[in-house]
Design a protein around this ligand. Structure first.
Ligand code: PLP
Length: 387
């Protein structure tokens, strides 16, 4: 078909491809443990769901402002500012159906054809997709295992230049679980200021952190708020993936432009979803703490189990619910090994689904029950010992 060029680079997300193959095997009677989809296995907290249900029952089901309803934007401005130690006003907040539109639209609003965009590799596949749709040149910067999967700063320094319009960061990271430390953020911030580049800082996992760690935000560094778009949302922290609720925080002028893109595309975010979002941010947080505690228990199990498998080694993820074990010593490509794991009854993603520098790794989601993770580790060990 004669498609517009701007969509020629688009590919499905690896997670959905593996899920489809896993479901085919399940239809043939095979038992598969699903560690491929990056989604909490917990239900949305009941008080949040009830707020949404009540909102539907009382007729909050109509159009509302494209950038979000005022009470939610106010609550987000206060919460997000408090978390990062910065001042945010509600006009800087753009609410969207999930975080994804807030990745796509600021990129469309800022990047001209030919502009360069630096992004993490391995990284969330939407980054490369949206850079391409905007007509930008995608410039991957490797994440280095030996630096806890922070940016390879030497490569970053080599690649940034006066054509760099945007730098995408994701900390804690999907797929590595790595957190970018403050001194690396300061290095990146200095370069962003020098080259007058924007930074899109995807912080959607910033509440899923372990061992008391805090993931610093580049927006908190002096001089950065006016060139940073913070992306956050409710999907991961509040187990609300299907509600579709996320937000971006950016300078007001850009927020107005992104609001126009929302006006002419999705129109607005569902009203009752936003009411549930207010409850999520202002209601009790003990459910979030419980989920994080449980993810930590599972993380410890995954990391210990993987490191006990010969030829596999796994850094301890500091945040998110992803482990990214190194499988180079198995002698198999990540694609081959992910396929063998699937045949062995565990669905995981090859690191190569996240970019060329993801080769040699697997991504394992530990948002599954402790018992299933234990079972999956035994199956994975059997696959590796059988090579
Ligand atoms: N950013 C990252 C790094 C993610 O991993 C995801 C979802 O997997 C998103 C953004 C998208 O979040 P949402 O479901 O709220 O659109």
């Amino acid at each position: 078909m004669n498609f517009a060029q701007r969509t020629n680079h688009l590919r499905p997300e690896g997670a959905y491809q593996v899920l489809a193959r896993a479901q085919e095997l399940e239809a043939q009677g095979k038992d598969i443990i699903h560690l491929e989809i990056g989604e909490p296995d917990f239900a949305t907290p009941a008080h949040v769901s009830l707020a949404g249900i009540r909102a539907i029952a009382t007729g909050q089901t109509r159009y509302n402002p494209p950038a979000g309803m005022t009470p939610l934007r106010e609550v987000i401005a206060e919460y997000a500012g408090r978390m990062r130690g910065i001042l945010i006003n509600m006009n800087q907040v753009v609410v969207s159906p999930g975080a994804k539109p807030n990745l796509f639209f600021p990129t469309l609003a800022l990047v001209n054809p030919g502009d360069e965009v630096i992004y993490p590799d391995p990284g969330f596949p939407t980054y490369e997709a949206m850079i391409g749709v905007a007509g930008g040149k995608a410039v991957p910067v490797p994440l280095l295992e030996k630096n806890g999967f922070s940016f390879d700063l030497e490569a970053f320094d080599r690649l940034i230049n006066s054509k760099t319009k945007l730098i995408i960061l994701n900390s804690p990271s999907n797929p590595t679980g790595g957190v970018i430390p403050q001194h690396d953020l300061e290095h990146i911030a200095q370069a962003a200021i020098r080259y007058q580049a924007w930074v899109l800082s995807d912080e959607i996992y910033n509440q899923l952190l372990y061992d008391g760690l805090v993931a610093p935000s580049i927006a908190s560094i002096p001089g950065m708020q006016e060139r940073t778009i913070i992306i956050d949302g409710f999907s991961k922290t509040y187990a609300m993936t299907g509600w579709r609720l996320g937000y971006g925080i950016m300078p007001e002028e850009l927020a107005r432009r992104v609001g126009l893109l929302l006006t002419h595309s999705v129109g607005c975010t569902a009203h009752f979803t936003q009411v549930a979002g207010i409850e999520a941010l202002t209601g009790p947080q003990d459910y979030v703490l419980m989920m994080v505690e449980e993810y930590k228990r599972r993380r410890d199990l995954v990391v210990k189990g993987l490191n006990e498998i010969p030829t596999v080694s796994c850094l301890e993820p500091q945040g998110s619910f992803y482990a990214f074990p190194n499988i180079q010593e198995t002698g198999k490509s990540s694609d081959e090994l992910a396929n063998l794991m699937l045949e062995g009854g565990v669905a995981v993603l090859p690191g190569s689904a996240f970019g060329k520098y993801g080769e040699g790794y697997l991504r394992i989601v530990f948002a599954n029950s402790y018992e299933n993770i234990g079972k999956a580790l035994r199956r994975m060990e059997k696959v590796i010992r059988g090579l």
